[in-house]
Design a binder for this molecule. Sequence first.
Ligand SMILES: Cc1ncc(C[n+]2csc(CCOP(=O)(O)OP(=O)(O)O)c2C)c(N)n1
Ligand code: SF4
Length: 284
Amino acid sequence: MSVAQLHSPIRPTWCPGCGDYSVLAAVQKAIGMAGLELENTVVVSGIGCSGKLAQYAGTYGLHTLHGRVLPAAQGVKLANPRLTVIAAGGDGDGYGIGMGHFVHAMRRNVDITYVVMDNHIYGLTTGQASPTSDLGAKTKTSPTGTTEPPVVPLLLALSMNCGFVAQGFAGDVRQLSHLLVRAIRHRGFSYINVLSPCVSFNPVNTYEYYRERLFRLEDVEGYDAHDRTRAFEWLVDRGHLVTGIIYEDEERRAVPEGAIVDPLDDACLRIDEGAMDALLHSYR
Ligand SMILES: Cc1ncc(C[n+]2csc(CCOP(=O)(O)OP(=O)(O)O)c2C)c(N)n1
Ligand code: SF4
């Protein structure tokens, strides 16, 4: 499938310059590069500016509740393992209200890709502090600066032994689309945190801010993404301001893979209309 085939009739309402445009472009590019079939590709998203991605991607999609993107996305995959499932949401969605699901999704290792558009702020609700807001960030809910240190989701993911951990930047669509292809191909739960500037409500973590600080792990000679201890060290040393594949463990056993019987095998897909009518009638 090519990017040109991915067309949504819904036009994005994101602010001009929002990093989420680049994430959308990278997701669509990656779907084409990975050779996915339109009928087998689903984007599931949470609530937030980022949560609108499912509407704009031009694939099949599901726009879920705030913080509930991962249970819904895992459910889609388990119901029909033939689908490629990409889950997307914001830092508030995934690391605040949805944090419990994030942790358990990494344990469970269902074969989906999770993309977090991390702008360190609640964008849709116009500028409250989020779990990744920098310490001291001045926001609508912290006019004199936040007092809690931010969660560091990449370190959390490493500590959960997540099988694929990466970070991208909305200012580098090319790198991000390649990371997404690798994540999609990874068998198991793959996770990419994308630094995606909110140009309306976060005046600090801008494109320039990241361009001055980020460095690419691809450029580090000898960086071994299979060495989890070194990955921890790199992240801590560099204040988490790295992009690229931070860690990958191809050996972790993905779900579903043999142990789970395909619940929607072809026989099951044939719905008994009589039984369905009776079931619906019972709810009246
Ligand atoms: C259960 C519930 N609580 C709160 C909200 C209000 N709400 C909508 S989006 C959002 C946070 C958005 O921030 P983030 O997830 O970081 O996404 P962004 O808009 O920045 O992309 C909140 C608190 C909601 N829709 N549902
Ligand atoms: S408010 Fe921020 S996150 Fe939302 S669309 Fe505008 S720039 Fe993007």
